[in-house]
Write a protein that binds this ligand. Structure first.
Ligand code: C5P
Length: 243
C-alpha cells in the first residue's frame, strides 16, 4: 500500500491565478502540495520569476505552456525552459516528428548546460475543448477521436517524448498501448464530493490512479474549497491504496 505522503506527490495543483502574489499566497496556504502547475496566464503575467519562487520553496513544477512551433523555434524554447529546472513541460504533438525530436534534444542540452535534471516533455494529443465534431468538420481529420489521440501519443513516444496529457477516460487505453514507462498526466479529475464545473468526462482521483495515470491535475476541488488544505488531505486519504 502506498503511503499518504507518496500519493500526495502525485497530485499537481494548478496555479490558475493571474498574479505572482496570488500564486505565492496559494502555495503558502497549501504547504503540503509538492507539485504545482504554471499555465499560460500566470507565466505570461509573471515571466520566469514565478518558477524561481517555486524552486526556492523546493516545489516541483509542471510548466503547461503547450508549446507549438517549427523545429528550430520549438528547440530554442525547450532549451530555455530546461535551464529553469522545471520538471514537466507540455508541447503539442501536432508540431510533428522533427520538431518533437528537436525539442527533446534541446531540453537535454539546456538542462545539462544549467546543471538541472532533464525536464520531461509531455505531448498534448488533442485539446479536450475539441470534440469529435470539430475534429471531423473543422480540422477535417478522418479519424475517430480516441484513435487520433492514441496516434498522436504514439508519435510523441516514437519521437522520444516522456509522456502525454490525457483525459482520465483515455488513460487506460493509452497505458495499454504505450506501456508502463510512458508518463500519463490527467486533468479532469473530480472527487465525488466536488462539483464538476466545466470538466465533462471526469473520473474520481482513485479511479484515475487505478487506470494507471502517473499524475493527477486537480484544481478547483482543492483551490475553491472552503478549506483547501482539508480538501487536499481528503483527496490524499481517498487515494491511499489506489494505483
Ligand atoms: O480546476 P480544474 O481541476 O478543472 O483544473 C484543471 C487544470 O488542468 C486547469 O489548469 C486546466 O487548464 C488544465 N487542463 C485541463 N484539460 C486539459 C489540459 C489542461 O483541464 N486537457
Amino acid at each position: 500500500m502506498r503511503s499518504e505522503e507518496r500519493v500526495a506527490d502525485r497530485i499537481i495543483v494548478p496555479l490558475d491565478v493571474p498574479t505572482q502574489a496570488q500564486a505565492i499566497a496559494l502555495v503558502e496556504q497549501l504547504p503540503q502540495v509538492s507539485f504545482w502547475k504554471v499555465g499560460l496566464e500566470l507565466f505570461v503575467s509573471t515571466g520566469p520569476g514565478i518558477l524561481a519562487e517555486l524552486k526556492a520553496r523546493q516545489k516541483k513544477i509542471f510548466l503547461d505552456l503547450k508549446l507549438h512551433d517549427i523545429p528550430n523555434t520549438l528547440a530554442g524554447a525547450c532549451r530555455a525552459v530546461a535551464r529553469h529546472g522545471v520538471d514537466l513541460v507540455t508541447i503539442h504533438a501536432t508540431a510533428g516528428r522533427e520538431a518533437l525530436k528537436a525539442a527533446q534534444t534541446a531540453a537535454q542540452d539546456g538542462a545539462s548546460e544549467a546543471g538541472h535534471p532533464v525536464p520531461k516533455l509531455l505531448a498534448i494529443t488533442l485539446l479536450t475543448s475539441l470534440n469529435s465534431r470539430s475534429l471531423a468538420f473543422d480540422l477535417k481529420i478522418p479519424l475517430e477521436l480516441p484513435e487520433y489521440a492514441l496516434h498522436m501519443a504514439l508519435l510523441a513516444q516514437e519521437s522520444g517524448l516522456a509522456g502525454a496529457v490525457c483525459s482520465p477516460q483515455e488513460v487506460e487505453h493509452l497505458r495499454q498501448t504505450c506501456g508502463h514507462e510512458f508518463l500519463l498526466v490527467c486533468p479532469g479529475v473530480r472527487p465525488t464530493w466536488a462539483e464538476s464545473g466545466d470538466q465533462r468526462r471526469t473520473l474520481t482521483p482513485h479511479a484515475a490512479l487505478q487506470a494507471r495515470a502517473n499524475y493527477l491535475v486537480i484544481g478547483r476541488p482543492i483551490t475553491n474549497a472552503a478549506d483547501p488544505p482539508a480538501a487536499f488531505e481528503r483527496i490524499c486519504a481517498e487515494l491511499v491504496g489506489a494505483g
